[in-house]
Every structure is written in C-alpha cells, then in structure tokens.
Design a protein around this ligand. Sequence first.
Ligand code: SAH
Length: 234
Amino acid sequence: MTSANVSPEEIARFDKLAARWWDPDGDSRPLHDLNPVRVDFIARRLDLGSARVADVGCGGGLLSEALAQGGAQVVGVDLGEAVIRVAGMHLLESGLEVDYRVQSSADLAAAEPQGFDAVCCMELIEHVPDPEALVRDLAAMLKPGGTLFLSTLNRTPLAFGAAIVAAEYMLRMLPRGTHHYARFLRPSELSRMAREVGLVLDEVQGVFYNPLTRKASLASSTSVNYMLSAHKPT
Ligand code: SAH
C-alpha cells in the first residue's frame, strides 16, 4: 500500500472518534451540521443518479451515504480502519450501498485512473502532509469532463479563531489538536493546485457555520470554511 501522503497520528485521531461518528451530538457534530450544505452544493452540479463518485477520506460515511441516497454509485476510501468499519456497519442500518475500502488516495488513483464522474474530498486536505500530491491523485481519478469537489478551512485569523480557539478550546466541540493552522489553505492556493494538475476551476463558495445555533449555509464569504469545484477538460 502506498501511504506516503499521510500523518499516522491524524488517522489515529479520527479512528478514536469512530464509535460515535454517527452521533449527531458527538465529536463529528460539525460534519453532521455541514453535510446537507455540502450535498446540496454537489447535487446542484452533478446528476447523482447517473454518477460514479469517489469519496476520499470518507470517515464514517456521512457524505458517502447522502450521495448514495441521491442515487450515486459511491466508492468511499479512508486509511482509518475503525472509521471504515463503522461506515460499513452503518450501511446495515441505512440499507444503502457504498463500496468502502481502507485505501489511500494514491492507491485509489492507481487502481482506478479516470474511473469517476466526480471525486469528493471533504475536510481532508488540511490533514495531509502534501496537499499538492493529494490534488494530483484526485484529478487522476476523474474521467474527462468529471468534477472535483473539495472543502476545507481557509488560512485566516478568523478561521484560526473559529476552528481552533472556539471549536477546540472554548466550546470543546472538537478534540484539541484536530486542526493545524499551518495546514489550512487559502482558496487561491487550492485553486492554483487544481490548475497545476490540469483542472479548470468552476467555483469557490464560502460556507457559513455557527456552532452555537448549529446552522450551516452557503455564503459569499470564504473566510472560514469553503468549497471548491473544478472539472477535468474533455
Ligand atoms: N470526509 C469526511 C470525513 C472528514 S474527517 C466528512 O467530511 O464527513 C477526515 C478523514 O480523513 C478522517 O476519517 C481521516 O481518517 C481521513 N484521513 C486523514 N488523512 C488521510 C489520508 N492521508 N488518506 C485517507 N484518509 C485520510
């Protein structure tokens, strides 16, 4: 298995959260709250019913299941064995079908080059040592004409305040150490990475999230959370 682009301590941190991944009030609470907004952003740009989709860094499967529910044929990969086990078990409850694998992005790209109509990678890129290599792998999985959907945190003082100081220290909503500020990426940096691997940028969209009211919505400001879509030319 090729897993050079991975921080083992990151995988271990998420694996510890596995058991409560599907608890909307547990440590994955922000992911639960953000999921409908992410699904909406994707579904407006992709015909889910006819799409084969890769969900890279799928965790316990919140997005994978929502996409499958919308009719997509989904492959979900993550290097966390516990999260993939939980994702698989949750299918028994939901009755949905998702092909979950303990696999790195590099290995999926090598196994299925140009295999997907869309590739989703939500809240993962800020956890890998080499974001450029990740974007290259994600682009390699796309069929010509396929779309990449990414979400992450901007590297701004506001994002530092919201995602680290407030969420990890003040509200204790996330375990301390979940995020590393230096790994947050500006939209301009992520756009450049996408362009460098031959993708055409479609859109950068801000995502607003208030952890107190648990309200999430698309927003014009990209100063904390944002999503990006880009496509591979035909
Ligand atoms: N995408 C999911 C989960 C985000 S949490 C969602 O948004 O709902 C980040 C996930 O990325 C964790 O499950 C963690 O195990 C996984 N991860 C971290 N580094 C990884 C890597 N290099 N390759 C694959 N998965 C990774």
